[in-house]
Design a protein around this ligand. Structure first.
Ligand SMILES: [Zn+2]
Length: 151
């Protein structure tokens, strides 16, 4: 009876599989031939056999183009997203600071800045446009508030 796909490798096999996975993770998408060879070794070590064996090919991550993981679990994507988030947060607070400050603006301007209707209008607008509820939303919110602020 053929061993089932995804069977748990024994200890020595596990170590060999980990070594091959690490090796696979060092391949770029243009090294697909090398990746295929390593992948086939990995399948053999893990006891993955069966009619679909010959059809199996490794897939490179669609974000960083490296083998060994998918876009969903990409470590480079995670770092890039964290950086982008930090940038958005910094930009949002910078734009927020460009709005008139109470100490230096007219009463009319200040009334507008703290006016809930102004925020609500921008909120409704962003919702209608389908903005994702994340840091990009906040940046856009303050950007629009600043644009509309009476001078
Ligand atoms: Zn990746």
């Amino acid at each position: 009876m053929a061993r089932s796909v995804g069977a748990r490798p024994r200890k020595a096999q596990r170590e060999e599989a980990a070594r091959l996975r690490a090796k696979l993770g060092e391949c770029r998408s243009d090294q697909w031939q090398r990746a295929q060879v390593i992948f086939e070794e990995l399948c053999a070590v893990c006891g993955v056999t069966g009619p679909s064996y010959s059809l199996m090919t490794p897939r490179a991550c669609r974000f960083c183009h490296m083998y060994g993981h998918t876009r969903q679990y990409c470590p480079r994507k995670r770092v890039a997203e964290e950086r982008a988030r930090d940038r958005e947060v910094a930009e949002a607070s910078q734009i927020k600071n460009q709005l008139p400050q109470q100490a230096t603006c007219s009463a009319a301007q200040w009334a507008w800045v703290v006016c809930n209707e102004a925020h609500d209008a921008v909120y409704a607008e962003l919702r209608a446009e389908g903005w994702p509820w994340d840091e990009t939303w906040e940046v856009e919110h303050w950007r629009r508030m600043r644009i509309r602020c009476p001078s």
